[in-house]
Design a binder for this molecule. Structure first.
Ligand SMILES: *[C@@H]1O[C@H](CO)[C@@H](O)[C@H](O)[C@H]1NC(C)=O
Ligand SMILES: *[C@@H]1O[C@H](CO)[C@@H](O)[C@H](O)[C@H]1NC(C)=O
Ligand SMILES: *[C@@H]1O[C@H](CO)[C@@H](O)[C@H](O)[C@H]1NC(C)=O
Ligand SMILES: *[C@@H]1O[C@H](CO)[C@@H](O)[C@H](O)[C@H]1NC(C)=O
Ligand SMILES: *[C@@H]1O[C@H](CO)[C@@H](O)[C@H](O)[C@H]1NC(C)=O
Ligand SMILES: *[C@@H]1O[C@H](CO)[C@@H](O)[C@H](O)[C@H]1NC(C)=O
Length: 672
């Protein structure tokens, strides 16, 4: 027994320990930390506009060129410096897209000027330089990479991407309205003509939702932190909405994809590549499965995703350019890429061999050769997908907006089909047994599954004109503009498993959500949760709360609140907690379930599969978008097992599996 207990504690503790414990006793930030955090927030404030902060402008005159200030001074840095010296860097007003080869190379150079610095002072100077001189899109990309990848700076909190560059996450109307907002005029109008503006002051001060992770909005210090800030709320004009907009326009859904790709990008760890690839394709299949379940819930075609659908939302880039949907050239390129891939997979299957990029022909049935084929056919890093047509803003090609386009899912579905075909053909049998002996799942009880639309405020402050924040050259943050919108949410629920075991043993339980019926290889299977548990001899009852589901996260405070909490802490009026960072690569928990039915509830099924545990669990840090140690896994089975390939119906039957019919209802929101 000791062994099980010990093992569980080893697995559980690293997930909960804050990485900062050692540096900051008591989990409270000190002045050094607060200094850095304030700097970061000030530098990121109004990122898309010229910097007005005098202190940081002064510091940003020159990039640090002394090579001894860097751990490595790489060739990419040399090149970047040469381009800088000859004034050939990407201009500030050019549309930035890392899918363009030159932009990508420049990003690498700047990233290394950040990442390779020895001292914070060097990094800070380079950040200031880049904020003043570099293209803002490129600057943010390189900085985000640095903050995700440097362990020592990971404690610093970056505001969410949809707060930093709000434009692509909101409709054009909202972006224009916020950009044209003038506080003085607004006050005058309010006095003269009553309150007819779309923008209203929120009194008493309040931001939604109230319950955040860490309770930072209900804490008594909140009013104190926000005492100098006026909260302005922009009500979005009612627009005709697509049937899926509550999912594909959700900023949590969109930004999840952004972070995941940022985490995987520039990853240089060949020993982990196979596991990371596995994980990335699993994430993609989760995204597609979840999307299909939403279509299923809305009674739309979901088995074969139609190629014709386009979402016509009008969106602006942060530079105010309008996004195109998808150009003919892009469509032709992507279709051609997919067609070639499908042909190569078909050829591999029919000849059982594959020609590597260096010309060597390999037999795919021999040894680990199938992995070489997998590696070359299925890259996982978007930087390998460099499209010549990426020079214009297109929703389909940008991480901020990609998931808004129904076509994305149609392309991804084809890609996954090729991936599963390849694996089904060549994947050897698993390195471990998959059917646990002496375990039987007897029943699964599910609390009512209820979804609702919840009002939420999204921080738009970065869209306001920068002059609203400087008073006699002094930076202040006197008002916060928030957009109130509805988003999909669910009531927390629990699943209770009843299992019988013949002996004491550990097992992994994976639970999938799927449609009410159909052929297994045509239906989407979305993994809700997986966990390790100990079973004792006899009956076992195990309860899992939805808030504990693996990889899911709740809500975080906004950019404005963060800044004011930091200010309060600097005045020693507040103990700034260091364990409030939410992992950026967590999936928004509120999107686990598709929107329920309003009349009749939505009929679905859960499938739970038990596999034996063989003490091979690994702990990665992918929740924090850090892939340097690979990814976490319970065992040696592929992620998303058994759906990483096509399955036989019989695999999903037996005492190790359990199907349970469930219903999801959608209710009106009631203010508590
Ligand atoms: C705006 O006007 C409505 C009625 O027209 C009133 O109920 C509300 O209190 C006013 N809000 C403010 C902030 O003055
Ligand atoms: C928010 O908190 C309230 C009260 O604690 C709770 O009833 C509600 O379920 C919570 N909402 C979510 C989405 O967790
Ligand atoms: C942060 O740590 C404090 C004290 O250790 C604890 O009370 C609080 O619940 C933690 N918050 C989070 C979000 O983990
Ligand atoms: C081609 O690559 C494979 C796998 O990396 C390697 O085993 C083989 O020796 C290479 N062949 C040549 C001709 O370089
Ligand atoms: C329990 O073990 C016995 C023998 O060890 C076996 O015959 C029986 O089928 C097992 N029961 C279950 C539920 O696995
Ligand atoms: C488990 O529980 C069920 C019903 O609650 C009971 O019928 C069964 O005998 C129990 N099995 C064992 C091994 O205790």
């Amino acid at each position: 027994m000791l062994r099980f207990g010990l093992l569980l504690s080893l697995l559980v503790i690293p997930l909960q320990l804050s990485p900062n414990d050692a540096i900051f006793p008591g989990n409270i930030a000190n002045q050094y930390y607060l200094n850095k955090q304030r700097f970061l927030l000030e530098i990121l404030h109004h990122l898309q506009e010229p910097l007005l902060h005098e202190q940081w402008i002064a510091l940003g005159q020159r990039i640090v060129s002394d090579k001894t200030e860097y751990v490595f001074y790489t060739e990419q840095m040399e090149q970047f410096y040469q381009q800088l010296s000859s004034d050939r860097l990407l201009p500030k007003d050019v549309y930035y897209n890392p899918l363009q080869p030159e932009h990508y190379r420049e990003t690498l150079g700047l990233f290394q000027f950040f990442y390779n610095t020895r001292e914070w002072s060097t990094l800070r100077q380079n950040i200031c330089w880049a904020r003043v001189h570099a293209n803002p899109g490129l600057f943010l990309h390189a900085l985000m990479q640095t903050m995700l990848k440097r362990d020592d700076y990971r404690v610093l909190i970056m505001p969410k991407i949809y707060e930093l560059l709000p434009a692509p996450y909101h409709s054009e109307t909202v972006v224009r309205e916020a950009g044209n907002f003038n506080y003085i005029n607004w006050i005058r109008q309010q006095a003269m003509m009553g309150n007819q503006s779309h923008i209203q002051m929120v009194l008493p001060k309040k931001l939604l939702p109230m319950n955040l992770t860490g309770d930072l909005r209900t804490a008594s210090k909140w009013s104190e932190a926000m005492s100098e800030v006026q909260i302005l709320s922009l009500s979005e004009p009612k627009m005709p909405q697509g049937k899926l907009s509550h999912l594909i326009e959700d900023f949590g859904w969109l930004s999840y994809w952004y972070y995941l790709n940022m985490g995987v990008a520039l990853q240089d760890n060949p020993s982990q590549a196979a596991r990371i690839r596995d994980w990335c394709y699993w994430q993609l299949s989760q995204i597609v499965a979840r999307y299909k379940l939403e279509r299923y819930g809305q009674q739309m075609e979901y088995k074969r995703l139609p190629m014709q659908e386009q979402e016509n939302s009008q969106l602006l880039t942060w530079q105010g350019q309008r996004y195109q949907l998808e150009t003919r050239a892009t469509r032709a390129q992507l279709t051609e890429l997919l067609r070639k891939l499908e042909l190569r997979v078909e050829a591999a299957i029919s000849t059982q061999s594959f020609s590597l990029s260096n010309g060597t022909l390999i037999d795919l049935q021999k040894g680990h050769n199938w992995l070489l084929g997998l590696e070359q056919l299925f890259p996982y890093d978007l930087s390998q997908l460099q499209l010549p047509s990426a020079g214009q803003p297109q929703q389909l090609l940008e991480l901020h907006t990609m998931l808004r386009q129904p076509r994305f899912y149609a392309y991804a579905d084809r890609l996954l089909h090729a991936y599963r075909s390849y694996r089904s053909e060549f994947q050897p049998s698993y390195p471990q047994s998959v059917r646990p002996a002496d375990i039987s799942i007897e029943d699964i009880l599910v609390e009512p599954l209820i979804t609702f639309d919840e009002p939420v405020d999204v921080d738009l402050s970065n869209l306001l004109h920068a002059r609203n924040f400087y008073y006699e050259k002094h930076f202040m943050w006197p008002h916060s503009l928030q957009s109130r919108r509805l988003r999909l949410q669910q009531q927390p629920f629990a699943i209770t498993f009843q299992l019988v075991s013949n002996r004491t043993q550990s097992t992994i339980l994976r639970t999938y959500l799927t449609t009410a019926g159909g052929a297994v290889n045509e239906e989407p299977f979305y993994q809700l949760d997986s966990f390790l548990t100990v079973l004792y001899k006899g009956n076992n009852t195990i309860r899992r709360e939805s808030r504990d589901f693996l990889g899911s996260i709740g809500d975080h405070i906004s950019f404005t609140e963060l800044y004011h909490y930091v200010s309060l802490a600097e005045q020693e009026q507040y103990d700034f907690p260091l364990n409030i960072t939410l992992p950026s690569c967590g999936f928004p928990r509120r999107l686990l379930l598709p929107r329920g039915g309003t009349g009749a509830p939505l009929a679905m099924r859960l499938l739970t599969i038990a596999t034996p545990y063989n003490y091979k669990a690994k702990q990665g840090n992918e929740l924090f978008c850090d892939f340097s140690k690979g990814v976490s896994s319970w065992d040696e089975l592929p992620h998303g097992y058994p759906f990483e390939r096509f399955v036989e119906q019989a695999e999903l039957q037996g005492s190790h599996a359990y199907w349970k019919a469930v219903e999801i209802a959608h209710r009106d929101y009631k203010l508590a």
